[in-house]
Design a protein around this ligand. Structure first.
Ligand code: ATP
Ligand code: MN
Length: 462
């Protein structure tokens, strides 16, 4: 008898075979002489119903004692289900308890708040919502790799420990083996990182971009997809201290090519998830946000709008809105502005380009007007910024000026400058926040509930 996962069982053409499966009891209903167990093994949104009757060995008290959370092994005949909403069920010939559940099992049948579930990080992946989130993340990851692999992009494994600050924003976590209580000191009294593991101060990466630029200048089209870290103390529903980022980087590519790639990329992820996780997406649409399916389909079908930062400011000023943060040319767009543009003014994703140089990173290509750079942010309804990118400054002299303006040491970035001296080419790329996309797709309000183990200020329990 073959052991089989629930998803494969439910996908069968016909009933009839003897099967064996393993999983956890999601719900157990015991009536007179017969028990109905819904078994889940995480492979699909739906579980499968196992019907066990009193003729089975150990029915009472064994099977009758099964309840939510127990792990079981079941064997039986796959039959067409007379019940509504399920094609098949299993008429058990044997049900074996593998692991019992203590009385204080925290996940009872009633609905729990997401706040409560965050305190149960070791169990919450068993819930409908987090279970669906994990499958959607998996499908989105698969869609991401497929998208790039089909286009000949090389997956670059950028480092997690780094000595350079890609954003120049200083919101980094230090990586150190020094004794925190009594670190070695220099004569001036500063911590002496020369005695640290790497012989210098090192950090967790905030972005794989600079390394992706290295690889793009030999392999043309590359992408990194991995965890990034930001020690920004922003307790918002859209920020994590550890999140996953996808960062394509393309040589011989300028801003237009970058915008085009971002649009087809985002659409490909949405399509991939809708195709692979229809039940999970249906669930999000029914229980979390009844606009997600319509929104996703609309986003897939409609071309993204494209405006410049200067136009965005004009739109915001003309809106007559009383924003919390007032707008004028030169200020960075806040979440409320981004959402107004994508959600209300345009009603679908919008790519904003050519931001003021002063509010963007030093590596962005400076336009001829000398006050804007070839930056691009993709804004979507509800979430706001989902992608941030730019054409990179590939001209050494201008890059040096920009670094000086930003107060960055030319020596520290010697290799980044070298790339502008040895076969430099126009190149461009962007970073897509993986969790922001999952939030957008699922309609989940808080980013902490779209990653299995959220890292946020004051919390790293699970
Ligand atoms: P924001 O203004 O929303 O903080 P950012 O300008 O700092 O974003 P980038 O540095 O451009 O963002 O990073 C690229 C992408 O990574 C963003 O578009 C966003 O999708 C995602 N991102 C950035 N910071 C976070 C975070 N703390 N948690 C989750 N995703 C993030
Ligand atoms: Mn940020």
């Amino acid at each position: 008898m073959t052991k089989i996962r629930v998803k494969a069982l439910l996908a069968r053409e016909t009933a009839g075979e003897e099967v064996s499966l393993e999983g956890w009891v999601r719900t157990a209903r015991h009536s007179k002489g017969v028990s109905f167990l819904e078994i889940s093994d995480g492979s699909s949104f739906a579980g499968i119903q196992v019907v066990a009757d009193a003729t089975l060995d150990g029915y009472d008290p064994g099977i009758r004692g099964l309840r939510t959370g127990c792990s079981v092994r079941a064997k039986g005949q796959l039959v067409d289900s007379p019940g509504k909403g399920q094609r098949f069920e299993i008429h058990a010939t044997d049900v074996e308890l593998v692991g019992a559940v203590d009385d204080d099992y925290p996940l009872q049948k009633k609905r729990h708040t997401f706040e409560f579930l965050r305190t149960q990080g070791h169990l919450r992946t068993r819930t409908n919502t987090l279970g669906a989130v994990l499958r959607v993340r998996n499908a989105a990851s698969q869609a991401i790799h497929e998208f790039f692999q089909e286009r000949g992009f090389l997956w670059l494994h950028s480092p997690i420990i780094t000595a350079s600050d890609a954003e120049g924003a200083g919101e980094m976590f230090r990586v150190s083996t020094l004794d925190a209580a009594a670190p070695p000191r220099t004569e001036a009294g500063d911590v002496d990182f020369a005695g640290d593991f790497f012989g210098r101060e090192t950090m967790l990466t905030v972005s794989g971009q600079l390394e992706a630029e290295i690889a793009a200048l030999s392999h043309t089209n590359v992408y990194s997809f991995g965890p990034t870290f930001r020690a920004e103390n922003s307790n918002t529903s859209r920020h994590l201290a550890e999140f996953w980022m996808v960062e394509p980087e393309m040589a011989f590519c300028e801003l237009d090519g970058n915008v085009e790639l971002a649009e087809s990329f985002l659409k490909a992820i949405l399509r991939g998830v809708l195709e692979r996780c229809p039940d999970d997406m249906e669930f999000f649409n029914q229980r979390i946000d009844d606009t997600v399916l319509a929104t996703l389909n609309h986003v897939i079908d409609a071309p993204f709008e494209r405006i410049t930062y200067t136009e965005a400011v004009e739109i915001l000023l003309a809106s007559g809105r009383d924003f919390e943060f007032s707008v004028k040319w030169g200020v960075d767009l806040q979440s409320e502005h981004e959402r107004f543009l994508a959600e209300e003014h345009i009603g679908r994703p919008v790519v904003v380009t050519d931001y003021p140089a002063a509010i963007k990173a030093f590596y962005m290509y400076r336009n001829d007007d000398e006050r804007t750079v070839r930056a691009m942010d993709v804004l979507v309804p509800k979430v706001g910024e989902i992608i941030g990118g730019s054409q990179r400054e590939h001209r050494e002299d201008i890059l040096r000026d920009r670094m000086t303006d930003a107060g960055l040491s030319h020596d520290a970035y010697w290799w980044y400058l070298d790339l502008r001296r040895y076969g430099s080419v126009p190149h461009a790329g962007f970073g897509l926040g993986f969790e922001r996309v999952v939030q957008f797709m699922t309609g989940m309000a808080n980013i902490r509930d779209v990653i299995p183990f959220p890292r946020v200020p004051g919390n790293a329990e699970f």
